[in-house]
Each structure stands twice: as C-alpha cells, then as structure tokens.
Design a protein around this ligand. Sequence first.
Ligand code: GLV
Length: 387
Amino acid sequence: MPIITEIADLKRIYKRRVPKMFYDYAESGSWSEQTFRENTSDFDKIRLRQRIAKDMDNRSIKSQMIGEDVSMPVALAPVGLTGMQSADGEIKAAKAAEKFGVPFCLSTMSICSIEDVAAHTTKPFWFQVYTLKDDDFMGRLFERARAANVSAMVITVDLQVLGQRHKDLKNGLSAPPKLTIKSVANMMTKVTWGLEMLQTKRRFFGNIVGHAKGVSDPSSLSSWTAEAFDPSLDWDRIKTLMEMWGGKVILKGILDVEDAKKAVEVGADAIVVSNHGGRQLDGALSSIRMLEDIVKEVGDKTEVWLDSGIRSGQDVLKAVAMGAKGVMIGRAWVYGLGAMGEKGVTSALEVIHKELDVSMALCGKRDIQDVDRDIVLVPKGFSGDWA
Ligand code: GLV
C-alpha cells in the first residue's frame, strides 16, 4: 500500500490506473479552463493566521449539515460516471463515506443506481437531480429516491445547457466506453481497472438506462443533456420540483447574490456556492471569491456551503472561516476512488480530516464551531473589486 500524505498522491496514482477518457472527464473544466484553474489558485491566495500558546487539547471538527451529524463539515459531491473510475465506484464511495461519518450524494449520472447504493449502505444518503423537462421521469426519480430512504435532494441549478469540455469530445466520452482503436489501446494498459470492470455488470447509467424515454444515445452525457435538460428553467419550475420532492432540498450551483436571495425565497434548506467545478461557465469567478458576499446576504436565512476547488483540509478551513457551514468535495474523492477504490476514498477523507484538524489547531482553535473570519488573511479586494 503506497504512503498517502496528500490528495496529490492519490491523483498521481489515479492518473496511472484509470483510462484517459475517464481521467480527462474528471480533470476538465469547460473551454479555456480559466475558472477551473482559479477555483484552486484563489484558495492559495488566502492565508491562515498562525497563533500560539492557545489550548489545542481536546479538539473537535464535528459539525452538522442540514441537521445531520457529520464527523467533519465535508460531504461527497455528486459526480457523474464514478462507476467508470472504478468498478461499482458509487457503492464503494458511499460505503467509505458512511464509515467515515460524512454524507454521500449520488449523482443522477451515476453508473450504480439509487437502488444499488441503497442495497449496499445502511444510512440514508443524498441524491442529486438535474432540472429535466420530463415530469414523469423526474417524478419516478423522486419516487425511487423516497423508496431508497434518501434524506435530501440536491438539485443542480447551473446545468440547463452543458458547458463544453474539449477533451470529452476529443475522447468520444461515453459509458460504457465505445471500443475504438485508441480507447482499447489505452484501456489495455489499465489492467486492474479492466479486470475489475469485467467482473461487474454495472457499466451503464443505472438511473437512466431503462428509465428515461426518448434518449437517442443513453451512453452519452452530451446527447442526454441536449435532449432531456430544460433550457427554459425558471424559479417557478425549481419551486415545482422542490414541491414534487417534498423533503429537504439543497440547491447547488449558486454563484450570485441575487440568485442566492431567490433560493432563500423558494425555501432551500441549503445552497451550494458553486460554479460546477469550473465545468460550466468558463470565465465565472471562483466559488471562494463569491462566498463572503453570499453569506453576508443570506447566511442567516439558509445554510451556505461551498464547492469547487477544495483539495485539502486547509481549503475546508478557509471556506468555513469565510462563512461556509460546510463544503462538498468532488475531484478529491474521485482521485481516491480511481487510485484505490473504497480504500482510496477513505484515504482522501483521512487526509482532509487530518489537515483540517491540525491546521485549525495551529490557528489557535479547538472547535470548528469557533472558527471565524479572524483566522484567515484575505487579500484586499478579493471578493469585490469587479465592476
Ligand atoms: C455533469 O454534471 C458534469 O459536470 O459532467
């Protein structure tokens, strides 16, 4: 077992073990990837304030997200195709999250279905949906989620149309992968991945294939989004979908104060300040730059979380210090999954947990609940010098 000390170690192994098509899918932003890059480089601009001679004994980073106890304020974000990163990947990740005491959110674009994940876990998980045109399909998804004991619905609100990721087009991304000379030649070099994949039947979009009607190529993310997603989405439709679900709702993909106010108006239990990991609007500001303005406006009315750019416990600490009640990680757990399956997801969580705990201590805090703006040094104009 390799010694893993940071998320970058998992990423290196992941890159070696998983076919290029799926590595590229996770590791892409849209168009020039400016927003994708700035999501992480903007975290690097924020510094932590070192304090000494403070009692650092008996520390706690336990918290709550939408009333659920969490061992740290970190949830596994919904990520599509993770059953292609490692055979039965969503089941492996859900099990790792459950054992670690953090929420797992299953993507609609997963390979393992809602029922598969429910059958392999014991605690409720979260489910993510897009805003689709087909009410029947949405209704059935909600029905299936209820039957699987899903405790909250994450509605992705920043993907009415798909931002273009060049590599996915060039690689001919699909699940299962289409067998071309190029893809087969690459897959043949990924022996463990291939052997595990041959042993599972779960190689299709498990929530879609056999459930959604009128999809011309159900193996392709881009044709499904073009055909099924609702480009005319508005707040009334979001409200309708929230009512159709009827339980707790997290609106993911808010990057503007005005949209955050609307999300509060429609009654979101939490919002995720997010630019979809830089995969949608290239040129948008990083999530961490937008966080404080949004927290200032709605932080006392709903839970404000953040995703996009979190690769370490220090990043989690910075986001919490700037007002996030919690964060979602996406790529960080996918690197772990692709590198070492369930063990790799656990390893990613362990790395982040330790970094968060020790960094918090070195900032002079013993409890994550006491972490505030005082412990970060943020460059002047970080959030606001844009006209
Ligand atoms: C889907 O949500 C994606 O970003 O690929």
